[in-house]
Design a protein around this ligand. Structure first.
Ligand code: PGA
Length: 259
């Protein structure tokens, strides 16, 4: 068994207003127990407009809810004339612990480059939060045999300029784009093979200690029925869950893969 504590993260994408968000985290918090939190770290990543509501719920319960608050994206500057953007300083002030950086939807639909993602990762760390750096290949890239090259390039670029300590405390999510939202999960062998590549790249750029401690999530159609098998792989330390994180029962069952 690895010493790394698994992290199961729910990426809600652009779903749920703040009322629906509150209902979801209430249900989730009633289902998860201290045994779950002991075995697994859990984060939820609601839309920006829900963050304050969810934060307030977590801290106002009699026993504060040990689910970490996450964001899906941020700008790299602390403040400025960037209409529509949200800064890492603002997120840190809301007790946000994890921020997703470079999700494939941000890269593909909003033109984020590797350099943008690296700037974001640096500023998330500067504000004391943990980046979840995403990487993953398209179907064409997989079929052309360039998965390893694509993922290696994204991870190297995303980690540029970081200290080994910073890298070791991070989370990297391997999400094959063809598996996101399609119901088509990577086989646990394929997912493991790429997560192993990611760990090797981390070792090369930041050293063996960072490679040993960095947590690597798999993402792409993770469901209650396939979570345990994916999590059993030696280099998979958690999951970044989209669709199934919108339903409290399903997400709780994924968190309970260990039980
Ligand atoms: P999915 O999304 O679980 O709906 O495939 C995963 C993600 O995009 O993080």
């Amino acid at each position: 068994m690895s010493k790394r504590k698994p992290l199961i993260s729910g990426n809600w994408k652009m779903h749920h207003n703040h009322f629906e968000a509150l209902q979801l985290v209430q249900k989730l918090s009633y289902q998860l127990t201290s045994d779950d939190y002991e075995a697994v770290d859990v984060s939820v990543h609601p839309p920006f407009t829900d963050l304050r509501t969810v934060q307030t719920f977590f801290i106002s319960e009699k026993e504060p809810v040990p689910i970490a608050l996450g964001a899906q994206h941020c700008h790299h500057e602390d403040q400025g004339a960037f209409t529509g953007e949200v800064s890492p300083a603002m997120l840190a002030k809301l007790d946000v612990r994890y921020v997703i950086a470079g999700h494939s939807e941000r890269r593909e639909l909003f033109g984020e480059t590797d350099a943008d993602v690296n700037r974001k990762v640096q500023s998330i760390l500067r504000h004391g939060m943990t980046p979840i750096l995403c990487c993953g290949e398209t179907l064409e890239e997989r079929e052309a045999g360039s998965t390893e090259a694509k993922v290696t390039g994204q991870v190297e670029a995303g980690l540029a300029g970081l200290t080994p300590e910073q890298v070791g405390g991070m989370v990297i999510a391997y999400e094959p784009i063809w598996a996101i939202g399609t119901g088509r999960t990577a086989s646990s062998e394929d997912a493991q093979a790429v997560c192993q590549v990611v760990r090797t790249v981390v070792g090369r750029v930041a050293g063996a200690e960072a490679a040993e401690s960095v947590r690597i999530q798999y993402g792409g159609s993770v469901k209650p029925t396939n979570a345990a098998e994916l999590m059993a792989q030696p280099d998979i330390d958690g999951a970044l869950v989209g669709g199934a994180s919108l339903v409290a029962d399903d997400f709780a069952r994924i968190v309970r893969f260990h039980a």
